[in-house]
Design a protein around this ligand. Sequence first.
Ligand code: E4P
Length: 219
Amino acid sequence: MKFFIDTANLAEIKEAYDLGVLDGVTTNPSLMAKEGISGDAAVKAHYKAICDIVDANVSAEVIATDFEGMIREGKELAKIDDKIVVKIPMIKDGVKALKYFSSEGIRTNCTLVFSAGQALLAAKAGASYVSPFIGRLDDIAYDGLELIEQIVHIYHTYAYETEVLAASVRHTMHLIKCAEIGADVVTCPLKVITGLLGHPLTDKGLEQFLADHAKVNKK
Ligand code: E4P
């Protein structure tokens, strides 16, 4: 399973990349705003800065919601760097845009997916990735992981090439369950990735190993 980091924060992206387990980056307009990035030139420069940190793909989201606007913006974003994947919302014009970019060989990530029907549309339109949002479904008492399972099953049944990119991942158990289910990718905050590290028995074991070593290696 691939690990993407879901942030526009350069320090966090670098930390995750330096760990050696990062396969990509996803951003969205809210994450860009959180970093205080505004204006076309600054947004493009920030995407370029992210691309320069990682040797991995970087999802950059269009703001337009009409077909022509999404095509114009998507092409501009794709020009920034070969690593850019154009992120398109799951709306009617978005489906048309996914089909257009797919025929042009530009990779896409279909975002804001909350149902199996939407995921089917994204796959049929040739999206490279589909992003079902687990946490936001859980927030309103729907089972986000069940949706991932459903989409993985449908895509396998019909051998769709679209990769299932589990998004809105809030904690380590979301990530582990996605791995069990067979999601292709999980995108999550840095704390979810580093949260996989800790175990009290690891700490206790290491402490004991070092203490035993020190006992017989006194200076
Ligand atoms: C990913 O592409 C999404 O932008 C992201 O995972 C949304 O997560 P959130 O629901 O925690 O904002």
